[in-house]
Structures are given as C-alpha cells and as structure tokens.
Design a protein around this ligand. Structure first.
Ligand code: BG6
Length: 498
C-alpha cells in the first residue's frame, strides 16, 4: 500500500441531499479530483434523513457535476462516483452513529485512509450541536487520524445562540479543528485584498485616514428571496450578509499588516478591527444604519413581485431585504474614515465591488480648464468580474492645462486564462490541507454578533418601518443615498468593468 496523502480522509456530509451539497460541494470535489488535487485516498459519505441507495446517491452526484468543466472525461467520472456512499440518518439515534462509524472504518481500509475525518454540517443549524455531541458520545472521533468539523452559516442568530452552539461544539472539537465557513473568504479577489495592500509600496503608505476619504463596499443581488422565505424571514439581510460576509470584507480592508501570513497572525489582526468597530447604541441606529424591503417592480419588461408576496413570507413582514450602513473604526489608522456598506436582494445588478476613495489633492491647479478634479479611486472587483481598476487623472491630449480621467485595469480572469476556482473548491481544499486561515475564528464570530445584536434589537422594537420602500431593480431605498449625502459623499455608480 502506498503512503496515504496528507489530505486522505473520509468526508461525511450531513445534509447530503440538500441544495448546498448539490450546487457547491459535489462540483467542488469533482473539480479538485479532476485537477489531481484529490488523490484516490478519499471517500465521501452522504447522510440525510431520506432513504437512498448508494446507486441513487451516486446518480445525484452525477447530475450535480454534469456541467463542470472536466465532465467530458467519462472514466474520471465513474472513478469519482465510486468514492461516494450514502447512509440514511437520524441525528438523534445512536444506531445511526454506530452504522456511520462502521461504514467510515470500512472505508478507511478500502481507500487507505488513516482514520482522518471531515464532518461537514450542511444542514439546518439547530442540529449542529446535537450532531457534534453524538459524534463524541458514539466514539466517532476517537480514531488515530485527525478530525475536522466544517460548519456552514448561520452560526447562531445572535450572540447568545452563537455562544451556545460554540460551547456545544467546543465540548467535542478544539478551536483549531473547527472550520466556520464564510464563503466570501474563498473568493479570489477577497483573498487578493491582502496582497493588494501588503505587497504594494504604492498602496500601503496611503492606506489610512490621511489619504483615504471613505471606503464603499457594495454586494448587490438581482434575485429575490427565491424559495428561502422561511429562513430569510428570521434572518433578513443584516444576519444573512452583514454579520458575516460584509464584516469580513471590512476586516480585511482595515486590518494592520500581520507579522506573517500565518493563520493566527492574520486572524488576530482581523479581530482587532472588529474590536475597534464603533458600537452602535440602539438610540443611534438610524444614524448609522438604514434598511429596506423590495417592492414589486418591472425589470427588463418582466413583472417581479414584492417581498411580502413571496412564498413563506408574512404579508405584513418587516424583514429587511436591504441594509446600508456607515461603520466607523475607532483606531489611529481609521479615525474619521467612514466605511459604507450596502447589500440587498432585487437590486439593479449582481455585483460585489469595493471602492476606495482617496482624498482630494490639496489644491487644484487645473480648476480653470477642468473644473473639479475627480478623486482617485481604487476599485476592487470581487464578482462577477475579478480584478481592479485605478481611476486617475491625466493630461488631456492637446491641452496641457486640462485633465481627463483615465483608468488602469487589471482583469484577473483574462490574466489567468481560465476562471479562477470557485470559493467552495478553495475552501474544501483548505479544510483537507488543514489551513484554517480563510475560516472565521470564534472571537471574530462573537464580536460580529455583538456588533449586530443592538441593531436587530432596535429594528425589532421599531414596530412600523415604512416597508416596502424600494422597487425591485433599484439600488435600495432613498435613505441609503441620503446616508452618504449627509457626509458629502455618494455611492460611486460605476459602470460594469470600471
Ligand atoms: C449567502 C446568503 O451567504 O450569500 C445568500 O445566505 C446570498 O442569501 C449569498 O444570496 C450571496 O453569495 P454570492 O457568493 O452569490 O455573492
């Protein structure tokens, strides 16, 4: 027998018949396999309530990966499916765990795996704690190999529920065995923020309140709540996007340079940003936060219904589908620089962009001919384009006293010829390699909930928001524009690719 690879493991997916497994996990595993990142020493056990045979499960896996790039390699696909097994499972029943134990141990032998386990929680969060405790009680994590627990969001719905969940899983897994997923941290250009900042002498010296006037992060979606009304009614955009993805991007943009690129150095610097976030007291929520809910609208000639008409949504729902906010980071580097964020459903475009707006020149030599000089902007395109654009001013051809705006562009997808790997592919690979850098540590999760809680409480107590307040297809309610206008700024309406 060959030496097993470092990544050799049995991956147990709880919730293997769900949407996440189908849309993200199976295709990501398949891509890793095709690229040779996964050797033959792995097995995947899908568990879920319903009864399926291995064959039925494999056929679902097949359907899920049918559109992936290397699907034409038929043999590969057959070989790949042979690594998949299914077991019907009741999370509360001892027998389920015992059957799973027997199966995983037999897969160790079959695939030359030294007892390594990845437990991937891709199901309703209320079961995460129960499963972790039962895995321990039933002896599933006492083998010789390593154990890793991967947890999908939502990690709690406020600080106290997150703490309760964390206490439960920590009874069984140590912090360095826990991989809390924030899929934004797997995106190529989110990961690029650190390199842009810390590998360029051009940016880092300017990356502070002396030279930056404000930072804007927009993550907009065109879809509505789709079939997730039940979940979304309890979550809203604040819990769904701001507590995790948006605050993670803020941390990466605002952190100090880490002493090294080690997991703990990076995460420790990120957490300091969250500690320095100015807490918003309930009485001041409206000064810093605005919320919106989409109404019906006409987009490209199609009528779209309002949020309150969606399936599993209360017809008088006060759930926000849009959040705009001004965050202040009270430390030496960022005192006085607003970080504006906005995110929502049914907006104009599907796009995530970061705009760093630099301060104006101390004086404008070109006033007479050019009027006001546009500020320098650094735009980081997270998706769908991946790249960055630097907006500068240069001389107008033909008139030396006049300027014209120019742009320097970098397009990551063009540069790398093929699409960069999907976030989940990277993150799954990181779990297998034991690299937790792009996963959230407990203190980050705790601090972000502590920041968010007063806002959700204030909104829950404010009985009658004037909802709906933006038509489908718009960039949120008017209040979002007003938030910046009060400070003398505006959202940068950047055309695509700019
Ligand atoms: C998820 C949210 O975390 O992120 C969804 O639950 C949202 O509501 C999604 O649609 C957005 O992710 P992406 O990668 O499409 O920007």
């Amino acid at each position: 027998m060959n030496q097993p690879s470092k990544k050799a493991s049995v991956i147990v997916i709880f919730g293997a018949t769900g949407d996440l497994a189908k849309r993200k996990l199976f295709p990501s595993l398949y891509n890793l396999y095709c690229k040779g990142e996964l050797e033959e020493d792995f097995a995947v056990v899908g568990v879920a309530r319903r009864k399926l045979s291995n064959e039925e499960f494999r056929s679902r896996v097949h359907d899920a990966v049918i559109d992936t790039a290397c699907m034409d390699k038929d043999d590969k696909h057959k070989q790949f499916s042979d690594h998949f097994f299914y077991q019907p499972f009741d999370v509360t029943k001892s027998e389920s765990y015992q059957d799973l134990k027997a199966l995983t141990e037999s897969l160790d032998t079959e695939f030359n795996i030294p007892g390594n386990r990845i437990f991937y929680m891709a199901m309703a969060p209320e079961f995460f704690g129960t499963i972790a405790l039962n895995l321990d009680a039933e002896g599933l994590i006492e083998g010789d190999g390593w154990n890793r627990l991967v947890i999908e969001k939502p990690f709690g719905h406020n600080f106290s529920s997150a703490q309760k969940l964390n206490d439960e899983i920590r009874q069984v897994f140590s912090e360095d065995e826990i991989y809390r997923i924030d899929h934004y941290l797997g995106k190529e250009m989110v990961q690029n923020i650190e390199a842009i900042r810390f590998a360029n002498a051009l940016f880092e010296p300017l990356w502070n309140n002396r030279y930056i006037s404000n930072i804007q992060i927009t993550s907009s979606e065109t879809v509505g709540v789709e079939n997730r009304g039940g979940y979304y009614e309890k979550s809203g955009a604040l819990r769904d996007m701001v507590q995790n993805h948006m605050l993670q991007m803020v941390s990466l943009l605002a952190m100090e340079p880490p002493a090294s690129l080690s997991t703990e150095e990076i995460r420790s610097e990120k957490v300091k940003v969250l500690r320095a976030l100015r807490a918003v007291i309930p009485e001041e929520v409206s000064k810093y936060f605005v919320r919106g809910q989409y109404d019906a609208g006409e987009v490209n000639g199609t009528h779209l219904q309002g949020y309150r008409e969606e399936e599993n949504v209360d017809e008088a729902s006060n759930t926000e589908t849009f959040v705009g906010a001004k965050l202040m980071i009270d430390n030496f580097r960022w005192a006085g620089v607003p970080f504006y964020i906005r995110t929502g459903k049914r907006m104009t475009s599907k796009s995530t962009k970061i705009v760093i707006e630099f301060k104006d020149m101390p004086m404008n030599l070109y006033k007479e001919q050019s009027g006001k000089l546009g500020p320098n902007l650094l735009v980081i395109h997270i998706q769908p384009e991946e790249g960055m654009t630097l907006h500068l001013n240069a001389k107008d051809t033909g008139d030396m006293r006049k300027t014209t705006p120019i742009q320097l562009n970098f397009n990551n997808k063009q540069e790398n010829y093929i699409n960069s790997p999907e976030a989940y592919e990277r993150l799954l690979h990181d779990v297998m390699r034991g690299d937790a850098t792009n996963f959230t540590r407990w203190d980050e999760v705790a601090l972000s909930w502590k920041f968010i809680d007063p806002i959700s409480i204030a909104w829950a107590n404010e009985k009658e928001p004037t909802f709906p307040n933006y038509a489908s297809g718009l960039m949120g309610p008017q209040a979002s524009d007003d938030l910046l206008e009060k400070d003398g700024f505006h959202w940068w309406p950047l055309p695509e690719n700019k």
